[in-house]
Write a protein that binds this ligand. Sequence first.
Ligand SMILES: [Zn+2]
Length: 174
Amino acid sequence: MTLFAIVASMVALASPTAHGPIDVRCSPLPGHNLGMATPWDGYVTLAPEACQNVRRIIRHKAWAPNPDPYPGAKYVPYPRSLDPIVIQDGLFVLLHEAGHVGQWHDGYITHERGCEVVRGCELDASCRALAGMSYALRRLGYSPAVRQHAVRLTRQRIADPRAMPRRYVGKCPR
Ligand SMILES: [Zn+2]
C-alpha cells in the first residue's frame, strides 16, 4: 500500500467525524504530541508513530503474531490479541483530531474561541472519536467483536484519569 493510499484511507475513516472534508498529514510534532488539529484549515497532523499505528490498523496488522507454529494467518484477528496501544495511539488520535475539525464545522469552536478556552472541549473531541471508532473499524472490515472491544477500551481510557490529562477525562454520552 502506497503512502498516498494510506492517507486516502485515513481521510475516509476520519471524514464522518470531521463532518466534512479533511486532510491528514504525517509529520513530526513538537513535544510528545501524537496529533494536532488545524480545524480552520481543514487538516490534522499525526506524528509518525501515530501514522504508523493507523497504517497497521488499515492493513489488518494490529494483532499479535499468531502463536500457532503452523499458522493459517500471520496475525490473529482475535480481540484479546488486539494491541490497545495501536488502537489508542493510532486510530483514537486520528479520530480525536478529526473531532476538532468536526467541532469547527459545528461552530462549537471558532478561530477566536479555540479548544483551550471552551469548557469540556477536549473531552468532547474524545467522545466524537469514540462515536466514530466503530464505523471506522467496520469500514476496514473488522468483526463486531473486535469493534466492541476497541470501543470498550477507548471508553475506559477516556474515563481513566491516569491515562490522560484532566481536561481529557470524563464520561461520554451513550
Ligand atoms: Zn484535542
